[in-house]
Design a protein around this ligand. Sequence first.
Ligand code: S3P
Length: 439
Amino acid sequence: MQTNSQRFLVQPSTRVEGSLRVPGDKSISHRALMLGAIAAGTSHITGFLPGEDCLATLAALRSLGIEIHQRDATTIDVVGQGMHGLVQASHGLDMGNSGTAMRLFMGLLAAQPFASALTGDESLGKRPMERVAKPLRQMGADVQTLNGLPPVRIRGGAGLRGIRFEMPVASAQVKSAVLLAGLYAAGETTVTEPAVTRDHTERMLTRLGYPVRRAGPSVTVAGGGNLSAARIDVPGDLSSAAFMVLAGCLATSGELVIEGVGLNPSRTGILRILQMMAARLRVEMAIDDGGEPVGRVVIAPSRLRGIEIPTELVPLAIDEFPVIFVAAALAEGETVIRGAEELRHKESDRIRVMADGLRALGVDVVELPDGARIRGGQLRGGVIDSGGDHRVAMSFAVGASRALGPVKILNTANVATSYPGFVTQARGIGLDIEAGPDE
Ligand code: S3P
């Protein structure tokens, strides 16, 4: 388990109110940089997420010869060099904590005429990469993992051919990697997914003028096309908003409004699940001007009820299960999560880390191979370890505000990978969270 010396200290609180905008969407920020880099012309990105994960992608693209001007933390110009403008990096590319960066770069770099090496931190070093390497090899790429894990070595220089790939796991990262390689392959590349996953790559390709064909669960690109630079407005990240939505539901008074948040239907599983749990939340769609639906979410104090989570919603809420575990722990009755084995392959084994943390706070949790049974009730005060997982740390921070006593959450530094400013925003709406070094 990764350790770092930051911690949160959370005191109980009851009122949550105000209006906020959460930082930009992580998935879309990665894609804006990568696709902007291989487009012709300069793409202007607003609302970029300046979290460590996306900054790893930014630094890697600079190492690959791309000029990127960061006008301020969230406003970026990427000087695209066209489909064939990347150059070999002089050193290995460090993906930090980011699975998205590593897997999407695998697809992009497998198609380049030069060699690349991709490394990451301790958590990323335990995450499966063969799910991407295998289809890339079928396309003709030379990609090596270390017993299935990072570091990843790509020889480059292989002419790729299009494939029809039936994805065994529902993964937007795998789908995106194969599609990125497909942009450079001879003929058509078709990816068929076993369940709907986020479609930001497809939407952004379309936005930048690359033809993408969708038919039911399949998406097809033909190699040899071109991308044109565009203005990309990144909406707020619903996965970050989810912590605040949970805070609004768990409060006993006040009302919370989250503005300008992405509401792509391949991401809104969390809102549907919380609504099924009797959350009092309202979604108001605004105009969809950049290929991504955006709107606001209004949340009122709620009495949550336990439910059986429909398995078809799992991929649509895959990053929000730490939030759902906490919601379940504070709901009335039992919640059952199944069909979510993928959670064991995220920044931590989220089933185990969430079950351990909830048990440490007195909750009755039965861990299952692909989920958990959680008996709702109360949280008591105590000390838990986030396992260095940003979403686990933030979910517990919000849940802890409704605990019977203070809660200390260890290993919280990685919150900066996805949600810079989390503590400030959480305090701003009424939570009593203090961040500091763990002495
Ligand atoms: C992401 C896809 C998801 C998600 C991750 C971001 C993406 O992973 O968990 O945080 O940007 O494509 P999988 O597609 O592997 O499930």
